[in-house]
Design a protein around this ligand. Structure first.
Ligand code: FAD
Length: 404
């Protein structure tokens, strides 16, 4: 069969398994951890016990041949709660940074450590953004200087908005190794547990996803072994030499391709949040009576729900298409990965807002979960590339014009 929109038995089993965990463990804890605004270590431990918070789980889903394993799992997890979902998934984002840039030895050494053990789970952080370098990664200032005498790299700078920043055992840090090459002169490093010179700066108090820790990470003469340069020195030197040769016309194609592959996973999270709010609003609209009838009997409400469901399904299809393309080596000729994240993120914002509207006054209170879901949804138009940046990438890809 050339095309099928049906899930395999394995995929359905995965969906049910993650959904069960989300329903039994995550949902009941969501309000508490949103209010506490801190990492839910107990839930991470529960997830580790059942094998959901583990390298094996994320590796298996990331390599699932259709590409749909990860989006299916993430949608269910974030259906449970986005803050706790991100507390669980944040480490996998850092692990993906190591897997895509590291040597097999580095992946084998560091990625298992990132998750810790069942008894004592750990988290990892991916630190790229800086106070003056958010969307504009090329403006990065954190410096990595090689000390030949000791075979060490010395990192100095301030990273911001890092998920798990400062509480992580392992930090994956991007830094400038050759300022003249701008974005092509960057490299990624592992900062091992307990390294002197790395400290947590401000912890941010956020609008949503409050069970996920977000903080500044300060690097002051932070010395790490030469072996912590992801990909190794030889590969870096070759890459820098190539970039110097083609510096004028050079663009950062490899990293753009990586983003196209990772963005559907973020889109799947947004789909999960949107679906959670939609399902809650649908049930509420059937129960709540005004003017002697259920509010869903009014077209104004029923049509809103019809639009919500339609846009969620449309977003999911874009996510699945991009995830399938990534796994099957298809070329992203129209930035389909960015498309999926853009549509899913904006769908989550719109649908959660509509859910609040359907709940009326109740929707505006913290006694009902859609208020939290609406706060959580907003992050999906901001992190992992804002909606504007997604549009920029799509526009440049379809036009071939360097649109600003
Ligand atoms: C909760 C949270 C968790 C995060 N986790 C991480 C993490 O783990 N690791 C990490 O490295 N980063 C992380 N980030 C950072 C995140 O990726 C950035 O916030 C995001 O890339 C936007 O950067 P900025 O905040 O500096 O906004 P800016 O880049 O300053 O953008 C501000 C506004 O200007 C717009 N804009 C900027 N440039 C253009 C342009 N060329 N054309 C049109 N519009 C433009 C943007 O779309 C946006 O609307 C996180 C952020 C948050 C809030």
């Amino acid at each position: 069969m050339a095309v099928s929109f049906g899930l395999t038995e394995d995929q359905i089993e995965l969906q049910k398994w993650v959904h069960q965990f989300a329903e039994d463990v995550i949902r009941p804890a969501a309000h508490e951890w949103d209010e506490r605004e801190e990492t839910p270590w107990e839930i991470l431990q529960e997830a580790a016990k059942v094998g959901l918070y583990s390298i094996d789980f994320f590796a298996a889903q990331s390599f699932e041949e259709s590409g749909l394993g990860l989006p299916i799992a993430l949608e269910e997890l974030f259906w449970g709660d986005a803050g706790i979902g991100l507390a669980i998934v944040g480490t996998a984002l850092a692990a993906a940074g190591v897997s895509s840039n590291g040597t097999p030895e580095q992946v084998g050494e560091w990625v298992p450590q990132m998750f810790g053990t069942e008894a004592e789970p750990k988290v990892a952080a991916f630190c790229s953004s800086e106070p003056d370098a958010g969307s504009d990664v090329g403006a990065m200032r954190t410096r990595a200087v090689y000390d030949e005498k000791t075979d060490e790299w010395v990192l100095n700078g301030t990273k911001t908005w890092a998920t798990n920043g400062g509480i992580a055992d392992i930090h994956v840090v991007t830094a400038v190794v050759d300022p003249e090459l701008k974005a092509r002169g960057h490299a990624s490093f592992i900062v091992p547990p307990g390294t002197k010179g790395l400290s947590q700066g401000q912890k941010f108090l956020k609008h949503g996803i409050r069970a996920s820790h977000t903080a500044e990470v300060v690097l002051e003469d932070c010395r790490i072994p030469g072996s912590c340069l992801l990909g190794g020195k030889e590969k870096l030197d070759q890459r820098l030499a190539r970039a110097r040769e083609g510096v004028k016309g050079g663009r950062t194609q490899p990293s753009m391709a990586t983003f196209e592959r990772t963005r559907p996973a973020v889109g799947a999270q947004a789909v999960g949040v949107a679906r959670a709010a939609y399902e809650y609003a649908l049930e509420y609209a059937k129960q709540r009576e005004q003017f002697g009838r259920a509010i869903i009997e009014n077209q104004a409400i029923a049509f809103m729900l019809a639009d919500m469901k339609t846009s969620i399904d449309a977003a999911r299809l874009l996510v699945w298409r991009a995830a399938w393309m990534a796994q099957n080596g298809q070329q992203f000729t129209a930035a389909e990965g960015s498309m999926s994240k853009l549509v899913a993120g904006e769908t989550a914002v719109r649908v959660t807002e509509q859910a609040m509207q359907i709940l009326g006054g109740n929707g505006y209170t913290r006694d009902y979960p859609v208020e939290r879901m609406a706060r959580d949804a907003k992050i999906y138009t901001i992190f992992e590339g804002t909606s504007e940046i997604q549009r920029l990438v799509i526009a440049r890809t379809i036009s071939g014009v360097h649109i600003r």
